[in-house]
Ligand binder design. Sequence first.
Ligand SMILES: NC(=O)c1ccc[n+]([C@@H]2O[C@H](COP(=O)([O-])OP(=O)(O)OC[C@H]3O[C@@H](n4cnc5c(N)ncnc54)[C@H](OP(=O)(O)O)[C@@H]3O)[C@@H](O)[C@H]2O)c1
Length: 214
Amino acid sequence: MRVGILGTGDVGRALGQGFAQLGHQVKMGSREANNEKAKAWAAETGPAASTGTFAEAAQFAEVAVLCTLWSGTDNALRLAGGQNLAGKVLIDATNPLVFAHGAPPALVLGQTDSGGEQVQRWAPKARVVKAFNTVGYAHMFKPQFPGGPPDMFICGNDAGAKTTVTDMLIAFGWNTIDLGGIEGARLLEPMCILWVLYGMRTNTWNHAFKLLRK
Ligand SMILES: NC(=O)c1ccc[n+]([C@@H]2O[C@H](COP(=O)([O-])OP(=O)(O)OC[C@H]3O[C@@H](n4cnc5c(N)ncnc54)[C@H](OP(=O)(O)O)[C@@H]3O)[C@@H](O)[C@H]2O)c1
């Protein structure tokens, strides 16, 4: 599969590495075709990896992964180009956060709207699936926890897109829980704050969510 990673931060690099290790072709996009972080990532990742602009990565992608700073996400999607994402699975790993020193980040929207819904509005022809936003980047690929594979909560409006993402998550080492339509992001995005708050209170960053059932 050809995967387009929209973003050069920790998340983009971790997910891009994961896809490449699973044998996919991965192009990492950013605002500049010659982004230094992207070039270093590609050199480290090997021949399956390449770099380009957001538009080139979106065009290349069969599946695209959105991992941009929230405040730049609208712009990144505009640069990626609506037509380049039309009909494609767009995994939304972003969280709509604002940061304050010493405090957990806060959501800039919620309750009656979410980043996931906003991303779907910004990229109306893409098949958006919210995923990866409830865990730190270090555990996104092949998470190793004593309690077994953690759960990745996902949501989105397109059943076929969610099947694609579920298969991909299994290969990444996750169990998946489908919460339904993209409005489920109203609950998944606060889970990011919960993940961070627990990390700040315990000064540990090795945790992930799992739903216990019987
Ligand atoms: N860090 C984590 O562990 C974690 C976990 C779950 C979810 N998330 C979410 O995942 C997303 C990515 O996080 P991150 O820490 O990997 O990276 P980040 O530093 O939040 O974002 C980096 C990316 O944002 C792009 N960007 C910044 N301003 C932009 C603008 N004005 N226009 C267009 N693009 C812009 C950058 O473009 P250039 O490449 O051109 O510089 C870069 O590709 C965030 O929404 C975050 O909340 C993070």
